[in-house]
Write a protein that binds this ligand. Structure first.
Ligand code: FCB
Length: 460
């Protein structure tokens, strides 16, 4: 892919670096295993909870599944070549737990482990840092069958899995993350039934939250013991939670959503306590000594951010609140997500103030329903506008003192977008799912040019 200026609508601010960022700022792209790999039965991979969930009628738009996805398992070399042409310095991916441990614990699957060897070696040869996330929601179904996140033993299973991965790749991987967005898969999986295991059960949600936190601590310890020089973190989605109405009940609903969404994991992991709204609810599952197990030292804070979220009171809902839409007048992306770059800036500043860790934005981006034009090109002007506006917000946060050291676009490729199936495309690179042909969108050319301009600024 050459940097084709004619694909990018000319705008004098395109490609200019704007306010200064730290010299060694990292530009990257993100993906996750279930969303891109496909090959769900290849070479001994075990089933994941998403394989099961996708087969439940009515769960996923269009009946889509991750069975093939982007076929990245077989096309990873082409995808690394795309990243190299983009000029990204880092690639954040996740390991599929059931690919390396088909039963979740017990004997590892050598063929599955070898896949990530090939991926990591290919990245390093291309000069791209591998950033490895252990868990992006594809729990082995075998562990779900033994109780999944509801049983305390899962912290040990996760620790063993982390040790296996650290031993295998720790000679080449420096950046590790334990979990991606623990609040999303717990709240959606146990509170709203939108993700596996498809429950609306408050007590189960609280068990899952606490056991994920214990697993995080076990994972950090396992990686640290094997790879002392590792840079370890968890990745949290942090988005302002707002009441949809003006009643005190709606305000309380937004506070409770804030506690589940933004605080249930960073607070115990970094400050050793549950937020005030959750602490009494968590008493039934917390045992003496647990916060020492959870609050293990980490090296950075991974933040994913898209847009603000809204809540309204609903006495009949299992958690006492319902998910709500942004106000009708709010600007929105083509798939209806609110656009509010100032919220991103404020989140970065608040995370800096509260946790004092180096921050890496591990996901940011925007979705659309897209198709190539007659010339076979994708002019995704709205995505470029989004990345520019959110990039400017990031620069404002840095100028105001936030210690942000890197930024990863979600996503390298269009992929399996969970409940939305393949309808919502988030890629810089378009994927024709019928042929698996990859076509860099205008935003890919824009991102490449911006990274290049930024690098040039660094050498001046
Ligand atoms: C995040 C997920 C990621 C992707 C984006 C759009 O919540 O981490 O897998 O689905 O949203």
């Amino acid at each position: 892919m050459s940097i084709r200026a004619e694909l990018i609508d000319q705008d004098p601010s395109d490609g200019k670096a704007g306010r200064p960022l730290p010299r060694d700022f990292i530009w990257g792209v993100s993906t996750s295993s279930y969303q891109i790999e496909g090959a769900v039965t290849a070479d001994g991979r075990g089933a994941s909870v998403w394989d099961t969930f996708c087969r439940k009628p009515g769960q996923i738009a269009n009946g889509d599944t991750g069975d093939v996805a982007c076929d990245h398992y077989h096309r990873f070399a082409e995808d690394i070549a795309l990243m190299r042409r983009l000029g990204v310095q880092a690639y954040r991916f996740s390991v599929a737990w059931p690919r390396v441990l088909p039963q979740g614990s017990g004997p590892p699957n050598e063929a599955g482990l070898a896949f990530y060897d090939r991926l990591i070696d290919g990245l390093l040869e291309a000069g791209i840092q591998p950033w490895l996330c252990l868990y992006h929601w594809d729990l082995p179904q075998a562990l779900q069958d033994r109780g999944g996140w509801e049983v305390r033993e899962i912290a040990r299973w996760f620790g063993d899995y982390a040790r296996l991965v650290a031993r295998r790749y720790g000679d080449r991987v420096k950046h590790f993350a334990t979990f991606n967005e623990p609040s999303v898969f717990t709240l959606f999986g146990y509170g709203f039934a939108w993700h596996p295991p498809g429950l609306t059960d408050r007590a189960a949600l609280h068990r899952a939250i606490h056991h994920v936190n214990l697993a995080h601590g076990a994972g950090v310890d396992a990686i640290r013991a094997v790879v002392p020089r590792a840079k370890i973190a968890a990745i949290h989605n942090v988005q302002p939670s707002r009441p949809v109405g003006t009643t005190p009940e709606d305000a309380a609903a937004a506070r409770l959503l804030d506690a589940y969404w933004n605080q249930a994991f960073p607070e115990p992991q970094l400050l050793g306590r549950y937020p005030a709204e959750l602490a009494p609810l968590m008493e039934a599952v917390v045992r003496p000594g647990d916060f020492e197990r959870i609050q293990r030292p980490v090296d950075w804070f991974g933040v994913n951010h898209y847009s603000p979220i809204y809540a309204r009171a609903d006495a009949k809902a299992p958690l006492g609140f319902a998910w709500a839409d942004a106000p009708p007048e709010a600007p929105r992306s083509p798939i209806g997500w609110q656009l509010d770059p100032a919220a991103f800036r404020d989140v970065l500043l608040e995370l800096h103030r509260r946790y004092r860790l180096p921050i890496y934005v591990t996901e940011n981006g925007t979705g659309a329903v897209e198709a190539p034009n007659d010339a076979g090109e994708i002019h995704d002007r709205e995505r470029i506008e989004y990345l520019k506006a959110y990039g400017e917000a990031l620069r404002e946060a840095v100028a105001a003192g936030a210690d942000v050291r890197g930024y990863f676009v979600w996503s390298l490729l269009d992929n399996f977008e969970w409940g939305a199936g393949y309808a919502n495309r988030f890629g810089l690179v378009y994927v024709d799912f019928a042929t698996q042909r990859r076509i860099p969108k205008a935003s890919a050319h824009w991102y490449a040019r911006m990274i290049h301009a930024q690098a040039m600024e660094g050498v001046q």
